[in-house]
Design a protein around this ligand. Structure first.
Ligand SMILES: [Ca+2]
Length: 397
């Protein structure tokens, strides 16, 4: 699994750091900690490319090319390389299959297959033509005729809240986020309904097929033996989980869920912790949203960070835990996130007692739509309508 290999590389590199940096023994979710106190940390960005067309998702190719794959909402994938820049021509074009008319519809997620270096296969999540159904497929770069659709979910009633993040976890399974079906206030009560894939994160074994399914349900998925529940579900109670990521060192899941009108939230689950209920639409952030939806015996997982919608921003854009080498002394183990409207840069770090510390560490460019991490753990940010790509660095203040 590439994530584990990468984590091993980071560990090996971290042990080469000067003696003044003292790794702390692994404990809890915090892994081991480097990095200055958050009030001394500042994020800085440098524009490295322009000309993207509404970029929405970004990931390092897991081969030895050093390329980043950048998905554009219209249904194209572009390549950026730090030495040669942004290639003009797409390496994948599935515009003929993608419904991208509404603001939140389009190609939404991309994840290179574990054997990408040999196969050029990527997994993509998009809203299909004509009905907007949420679609997961795999396709080799450059050969859209070989696309194989794995799973679809009807989402025809409303065009918003499609989720769309794809990422392989430390267990080698593919995780996919789906929004709650759209409109506002979750009118169909999908978030807490285990009988639908809407408002969920799924976990799939895409390395093989099972009977008529072109994938398998991992046997230890949390709801496989619950009557009426979709066995693909890994986590539930979500509204529009636009971006999530796995910490490449400790395997934990960082999940940002876009709020209704009061709170934007970031959640953090320990590695392999399935079945968590993130609360929507009983809860929005730390507060009750719709008491009629609340279940007396439910165990809601609270966010580790929240801020006020309409005050501090409008839509959280989930980021990554920094595990790179370049800024390890400053930022190792720090989760970095932002908001589409305010562009505030927030840093969050888990403490060993299970609490989390957060701080504002500067500003990102306007309208960041997604972050991406290259093979070495270095971060990039892409901006929506201005179509820019920025490298993310850190400074000490
Ligand atoms: Ca929640």
């Amino acid at each position: 699994m590439s994530g584990l290999r990468r984590a091993g590389l980071v560990l090996a590199m971290a042990t080469l750091l000067p003696a003044m940096v003292t790794p702390v023994a692994a404990e809890g979710t915090a892994g081991f900690e480097l990095g200055v106190p958050l009030d001394q940390l500042k994020v800085v960005t440098t524009q490295v490319a322009a000309g993207l067309v509404r970029p929405v998702a970004m990931v390092g190719a897991n081969d030895h090319s050093g390329r980043m794959l950048i998905a554009e909402k219209r249904g194209t994938v572009r390549v950026f390389h730090p030495e040669t820049g942004l290639a003009a021509d797409p390496v994948l074009d599935i515009r003929a299959r993608v419904n991208s008319v509404a603001n939140e519809r389009g190609l939404l997620g991309i994840a290179p297959a574990p054997d990408f270096a040999r196969t050029s296969l990527v997994y993509v999540a998009y809203t299909r033509l004509p009905d907007g159904a949420l679609t997961l497929s795999r396709v080799p770069l450059g050969d859209p005729a070989k696309e194989e659709v794995l799973l679809t979910q009807d989402h025809s009633r409303f065009s918003n809240h499609n989720g769309g993040q794809l990422a392989f976890g430390p267990d080698g399974y593919l995780y996919w986020s789906l929004g709650d079906g759209g409109s506002g206030g979750d009118p169909e009560a999908n978030g807490l309904n285990l009988g639908t894939l809407l408002g969920k994160i799924l976990r799939l074994d895409v390395s093989r097929s099972c009977g008529e399914l072109p994938y398998c349900v991992p046997p230890n998925n949390p709801f496989v033996s619950v009557a009426g529940a979709k066995p693909e579900i890994w986590a539930y109670g979500l509204r529009n989980p636009w971006r999530f990521s796995f910490d490449t060192l400790d395997g934990s899941l960082w999940l940002a869920d876009v709020g209704q009108g009061s709170f934007e939230e970031v959640n953090h689950a320990k590695a392999s912790r399935g079945g968590l209920n993130y609360g929507w639409s009983c809860m929005e952030g730390p507060a009750v949203f719709n008491a009629a939806r609340c279940q007396p015996d439910a165990d809601y997982t609270d966010p580790v960070f929240h801020y006020q919608t309409g005050v501090d921003g409008c839509a959280v854009i989930g980021g990554h835990v920094y595990r790179g080498f370049k800024h390890a002394r400053l930022a190792f183990g720090t989760y970095v996130t932002t908001d589409y409207c305010s562009a505030t840069a927030w840093a969050i770090r888990p403490n060993r007692d299970g609490t989390h510390t957060n701080a504002k560490i500067g500003q990102f460019p306007a309208q960041v739509s997604t972050f991406g991490m290259d093979r070495f753990g270095e971060l990039y940010a892409a901006t929506d309508r201005s179509g820019q790509l920025h490298r993310v660095d850190f400074e000490r203040v």
